[in-house]
Design a binder for this molecule. Structure first.
Ligand code: SF4
Ligand code: SF4
Length: 329
């Protein structure tokens, strides 16, 4: 469904500047932005993805991944076609980098679906929710009115002003921090690093519950120096932000070996030296699954695959030492 886009301005007689994300596409009549959904039609910027969902599924919240936000619950998950980055390794490239079949779900219908099957709300995920901005801005307040949670799983590639409005309507976010070198973002992800770092700083300073994901790609972003820089950046904000280290498997345009287990364990060790909550994903290892109290080390949450068991929490406090854990329940 067509909708006039938010955040654009006219920069010449026939060109519009889209100001939603740092790509800042300049679009002449008929031109489509990098995200594949925003275009200039007769001097107005439109998006053609409003309410157009590629899928609707119920997932464990741990699958987003969010480990410290309503653990053990399910969440209705949905997403649109397209993305404002173009990662060579995108595991959802069939829906993020090309147009596929979609179904229109009006905001009220998404709210109605949100509470089914024990879901706590809606996660905007799979592709990039930022390019679904108008739909999320219309739908999230309705979800909140009905008592549901709103979650973003995002690349964090958004400009400051739209982000500030979006955050008013979000409860939790997992942001993908893909690496710490600008040239990695440019060559592998087709974007810029600094705006993502700025988004992370902004979200961390807001009311929104924040977790981060880093996919380790052999030879691309997995050196000790890469991992140390990333972990130091996170620790400079807070050593309590959960960090999910995820193993890469060959996808889309990147066909190199999957991340070996010893790389995951090396990264885990470096990250644990600076951060309190580090997790390993996409890999068959028993390390990096459970949550322990950052104050006394008591086990709080036990996980095996997507089976999650709360074993040491009293509300959001450690049942052993009484420390506040930052786990939202
Ligand atoms: S949202 Fe799309 S059209 Fe707008 S700047 Fe980003 S990639 Fe370009
Ligand atoms: S940001 Fe995510 S959805 Fe977009 S191309 Fe990269 S991996 Fe795919």
């Amino acid at each position: 469904m067509l909708k006039e886009a938010a955040f654009y301005q006219s920069i010449s007689d026939d060109k519009l500047l889209c100001q939603l994300c740092p790509a800042e596409c300049k679009l002449a009549e008929g031109q489509v932005g990098i995200c594949g959904c925003r275009f200039n039609r007769q001097g107005k910027l439109y998006t053609d993805n409003y309410g157009e969902a590629v899928t609707l599924a119920i997932d464990p919240i741990e699958k987003k991944p969010l480990y410290h936000f309503h653990p053990t619950t399910n969440i209705l998950s949905t997403g649109a076609n397209g993305c404002n980055l173009g990662c060579l390794h995108c595991q959802n490239w069939t829906i993020s980098q090309s147009k596929t079949h979609t179904t229109y779900i009006e905001p009220a219908a998404l709210v109605e679906a949100a509470g089914k099957h024990g879901s706590i709300g809606v996660a905007f995920t799979y592709t990039e929710p930022i390019i679904w901005y108008e739909y999320i801005m219309d739908t999230a307040p309705l979800l909140h009115e009905a008592g549901y949670k709103v979650v973003l799983v995002t690349n964090g590639y958004i400009n400051a002003e739209p982000l500030s409005h979006l955050l008013e309507h979000i409860d939790a976010a997992n942001i993908d921090l893909k690496g710490m070198r600008p040239e990695f973002y440019k060559k592998v992800c087709k974007g810029k690093l600094e705006p993502v770092l700025e988004t992370i700083r902004t979200v961390a300073a807001s009311h929104v519950h924040l977790e981060l994901t880093n996919l380790l790609i052999p030879g691309k972003n997995d050196s000790d120096e890469d991992i140390t820089r990333l972990v130091e950046f996170v620790a400079s904000i807070s050593d309590r932000i959960p960090l999910h280290l995820s193993a890469y498997h060959p996808q889309y345009k990147l066909n190199i070996e999957a991340t070996p287990a010893d790389t995951m364990l090396r990264a885990f060790s470096i990250a644990q030296s600076k951060l309190k909550h580090v997790f390993l994903g996409n890999v068959a290892l028993t390390d990096g699954s459970d949550t322990a109290c950052a104050s006394c080390g008591h086990k709080l949450i036990r996980r095996s695959g997507y089976r999650t068991e709360i074993v040491g929490l009293d509300g959001s406090k450690c049942s052993e030492c009484g420390a506040e854990t930052g786990i939202v329940r």
